[in-house]
Design a protein around this ligand. Structure first.
Ligand code: 5GP
Ligand code: ZN
Length: 114
């Protein structure tokens, strides 16, 4: 069995309610939400970080973005706006080393620190 948390969630071995799923992507609520809407959009394939994506894998980020946009519409945050974040590596704030996109919405996001 995979030791990777998001592989276990994506495969269903760690039962988690999905807000979206298709052949390539699953999405579920963050366990420690930083906003009223905080969804993690995750490829089923185990890719450690966004830095591992080569030029032949452009479809991965497109799929995550398309899923996030759809979830944002369904959550009703599309009109007000939302934030999509991908943390890369330890100094980038990544704590789970399976690529994921954060969808944050439902409140005014602060400006990014300089
Ligand atoms: P990162 O810091 O790697 O960009 O984001 C990882 C996110 O995963 C964090 O926001 C954290 O709250 C969330 N997270 C960690 N463990 C779990 C879990 O078991 N279930 C869910 N739904 N989210 C988790
Ligand atoms: Zn994984």
């Amino acid at each position: 069995m995979s030791e990777c948390l998001f592989c276990r969630i994506a495969s269903g071995s760690l039962p988690t309610e999905f807000v979206f799923e298709d052949e390539h992507v699953v999405a579920f609520r963050d366990i420690n939400p930083a906003a009223p809407v905080h969804i993690l959009v995750v490829p089923r394939a185990h890719i450690e970080t966004v830095a591992d994506l080569g030029s032949d894998e452009t479809g991965v980020m497109s799929r995550l973005t398309a899923a996030a946009n759809r979830i944002a519409r369904e959550a009703g945050v599309d009109a007000g706006g939302y934030r999509l974040i991908v943390n890369c590596g330890r100094e980038g704030g990544q704590t789970v080393f399976h690529l994921h996109m954060h969808l944050l919405g439902g409140r005014k996001m602060p400006e990014l620190a300089a």
